[in-house]
Design a binder for this molecule. Structure first.
Ligand SMILES: NC(=O)c1ccc[n+]([C@@H]2O[C@H](COP(=O)([O-])OP(=O)(O)OC[C@H]3O[C@@H](n4cnc5c(N)ncnc54)[C@H](O)[C@@H]3O)[C@@H](O)[C@H]2O)c1
Length: 692
């Protein structure tokens, strides 16, 4: 065996050269791998005794892409483009032998090989779009030549991989290898040599791209089909344009166009934000004072108290991954209703083909309902999801304290209440933690893990591990009213409520917020989740528009009207002159002068307070780092990923600009707008949140 570089070896199996890459963890295409491939292929080509070359990887995967930590830094030679030229122009056939994932640069490398084989568990894809980029090493030019234009458009703009079977059907693979990959790939090489199969260079395969030439409608229809999903993003359109170039330009020209488009995206703000978000989601797993080897609680059985909106969804998270749940309700009819909702959700998934009827039954068999809280005695974790009422929660926790095993984790799904106060109502506050799921809990990926003053490190570490098991993105936060997400979000709610009294009507505010990049505006959102959350008829005083609407039984979509009205069975909001009249009257009655307010001011007034609150949260140590706050907003509140999150975005806007505007608003509206001291300090020091 000859070592070409530290991470690439060249070997021979009879007349077949085997170029083997071993660059853990994912064989990223760093400089040592690129150099090794370039030199290894060149050496094998020169070797008279070699008739074909197999490129294969050690460890858990084929080359899973470029080294993303090096993105944005000056590339070292040989660049990937040069290496791929060397592979494709080889006079001896090169076979990519794929296992694990061939993603991004990995698949682009495989596409320059003359044949591709894989094990049947392999997955192939070009995920660059998810980082605001496009495949910049020929992927957009070669993939359509192999799988056809429509399939390539779909793969490149979604970034989603396909499995080996599909890849074989699409011609992206030549064979699926059963058994040992290396021997299968070598045998494949011997077969193609003995059959004298023509060597295929993808860059010369023009049939599939020519078939789409002169048919611009293919692209127009495709653009329409992804418009809603990709609203606001630059990369998907650049991907479509480069595939269009593959169809309409000669290969070399197309490659240049791809490079140029790649550079534009790489230097642009959206990719910077998306790459930041990618790293933020990894960073969030690190808790500064909790070592990796902290002992974990063994969680085999769970219990959930309350089978309402949240309890049902939380239960589904556990049974989806095979953890049995005891679900407790206060009455039999409520329990049956809760269980019924869970079953209905699964039945919908089954009807959509996402689950088989057998899987539905398997999952349902993992829930045991009961109206006796004593049944939670053997649970390793209990999650309380009863009404948002401190006295009730205290009562439940003192019962849990009496009933539960000594090492059980006792969690509350409270949205706002003081987890320390709840914990102190037990004899084991170290076992108590907040696990704040988001609605719908079976869908939303965010989980705030609320760390009480006395919560043990092991309970926090176990909650993190559990979150991973149930496919959540967990962020550890401290105790305060509303924790991180809701505390910041209520700032926006307060201000948008105020804005409609001063000038713009809900549709105008909604449009500005939607155009900013949120999935919907605040009033459409309120109608969706219901205006009456936390509202009681008995205590309602008509002191806000929301209360007035609730009193009129306009509680949102569920009652057919809220801020907007809805036709029967429709979710499309229709602006209602009745509400306009009501808002005008409300402003007048409260002596609030109305006038024009620009879109710019709507953004400043609804988003800057979010940033200011974030700064206070950091100062108080409620969040560990600015990027943790951004992870919360990206995954729980619909902040557009191409703007990175409120703290990242604030740095882009410039903290100084934000500070000046906050001070201006402080003069106009009072101390609610007082800038956070941290913001003042960062501006004084010429720093951003990124420097914390
Ligand atoms: N709905 C949301 O969007 C949301 C999001 C995050 C957190 N939360 C929090 O989750 C908790 C539950 O909210 P929800 O929206 O699911 O409320 P919900 O009213 O839909 O459900 C609460 C359930 O608890 C049951 N319950 C009440 N007392 C009980 C008792 N003593 N024993 C057993 N069951 C009892 C009720 O019968 C009801 O079914 C609250 O603390 C809320 O703040 C809600």
């Amino acid at each position: 065996m000859t070592a070409i570089t530290d991470v690439v070896n060249l070997d021979k199996e009879g007349e077949i050269a085997v170029l083997s890459i071993n660059n853990p963890p994912v064989n990223a295409l760093g400089i040592a791998v690129r150099q090794g491939i370039a030199d290894g292929v060149t050496a094998a080509c020169k070797d008279e005794g070699v008739t074909a070359i197999v490129i294969i990887c050690q460890g858990r995967t084929f080359m899973a892409g470029a080294d993303i930590t090096k993105f944005g830094k000056p590339p070292r030679e040989p660049g990937l483009g040069r290496v791929l030229e060397i592979i494709e122009s080889s006079r001896k056939p090169i076979i990519a032998a794929i296992h694990g994932t061939a993603f991004g640069g990995g698949l682009e490398t495989a596409l320059t090989c003359h044949f591709r084989v894989a094990v049947d568990s392999a997955r192939l894809g070009l995920p660059e779009v998810k980082l605001g980029l496009l495949p910049g090493a020929g992927g957009t030019q070669r993939l359509p030549r192999v799988v056809g234009v429509e399939k390539a458009l779909k793969m490149i703009t979604s970034g989603n991989p396909i499995g080996a079977k599909e890849a074989l059907e699409d011609g992206l693979l030549d064979e699926i290898i059963k058994g040992d990959l290396l021997s299968g790939a070598v045998a494949f090489a011997e077969t193609i040599l003995s059959e004298k199969r023509p060597m295929l260079r993808v860059s010369e395969m023009n049939e599939k791209v020519e078939a789409a030439r002169g048919k611009p409608e293919i692209f127009e229809n495709f653009r329409k089909s992804i418009a809603r999903k990709t609203r606001g993003f630059n990369a998907p359109e650049a991907c479509v344009k480069t595939v269009e170039a593959a169809v309409n330009m000669a290969f070399g020209e197309g490659l240049k166009f791809e490079r140029q488009q790649f550079e534009i995206l790489m230097k642009g703000p959206q990719s910077a934000a998306q790459r930041y978000a990618f790293f933020a989601e990894r960073e969030v797993r690190k808790i500064p004072d909790i070592p990796k080897d902290t002992p974990l609680h063994d969680i085999r059985k769970a219990a959930v108290i309350g089978a309402g909106t949240m309890g049902g969804g939380i239960t589904m998270n556990f049974i989806n991954v095979g953890i049995p749940v005891t679900l407790i309700e206060q009455r039999k009819d409520l329990l049956e209703r809760g269980m019924g909702v869970i079953r209905k959700n699964y039945d919908i998934s089954a009807a959509r083909g996402r689950l088989t009827p057998k899987e539905v039954e398997e999952r349902m068999s993992l829930v045991t309902g009961s109206v006796s809280i004593e049944e939670v005695a053997d649970a390793d974790i209990v999650i309380e999801a009863v009404y948002e009422n401190m006295d009730l929660k205290k009562e439940i926790f003192s019962k849990l304290d009496r009933i539960c095993k000594q090492d059980a984790i006792l969690a509350s799904n409270t949205s706002y209440l003081d987890v320390n106060e709840i914990a102190d109502h037990t004899s084991r506050p170290e076992s108590v933690v907040g696990l704040h799921f988001f609605s719908p809990a079976n869908v939303m990926r965010l989980l705030e893990i609320v760390r009480g003053k006395k919560t043990s490190k092991s309970v926090i570490a176990s909650s993190m591990a559990l979150a991973k098991r149930i496919n959540k993105i967990a962020v550890v936060v401290g105790v305060c009213h509303g924790f991180v997400g809701n505390r910041m979000f209520s700032q926006r709610t307060r201000e948008t409520d105020q804005l409609i009294l001063e000038g713009p009507m809900p549709p105008q505010v909604d449009k500005v917020i939607y155009d900013f990049g949120f999935p919907m505006g605040p009033f459409v959102l309120r109608d969706l989740i219901g205006l009456d959350i936390g509202w009681r008829k008995e205590t309602s005083t008509g002191s806000t528009i929301r209360e007035v609407l609730c009193e009129l039984d306009r509680r949102g979509q569920k009652t057919g009207a809220g801020y907007y009205k809805y036709e029967a069975g429709s979710r499309i909001p229709i602006w209602d002159p009745e509400v306009e009249k009501l808002i005008f009257e409300f402003s007048e009655k409260n002596n609030i002068p109305r006038g024009e307010i620009s879109g710019k001011e709507i953004i400043e007034r609804s988003i800057y307070p979010i940033v200011n609150e974030g700064a206070k949260i950091l100062e108080e140590g409620i969040a560990n780092r600015p990027s943790d706050i951004d992870v919360i907003w990206l995954n729980g509140y619909g902040w557009p990923i191409y703007l990175g999150g409120p703290m990242f975005w604030a740095d882009q806007v410039g903290l100084e600009n934000i500070l000046v505007t906050l001070k201006k608003f402080q003069e106009r509206f009072g101390d609610l707008w007082k800038p956070a001291p941290l913001l003042e300090r960062l501006v004084k020091e010429g720093k951003g949140f990124k420097d914390l």
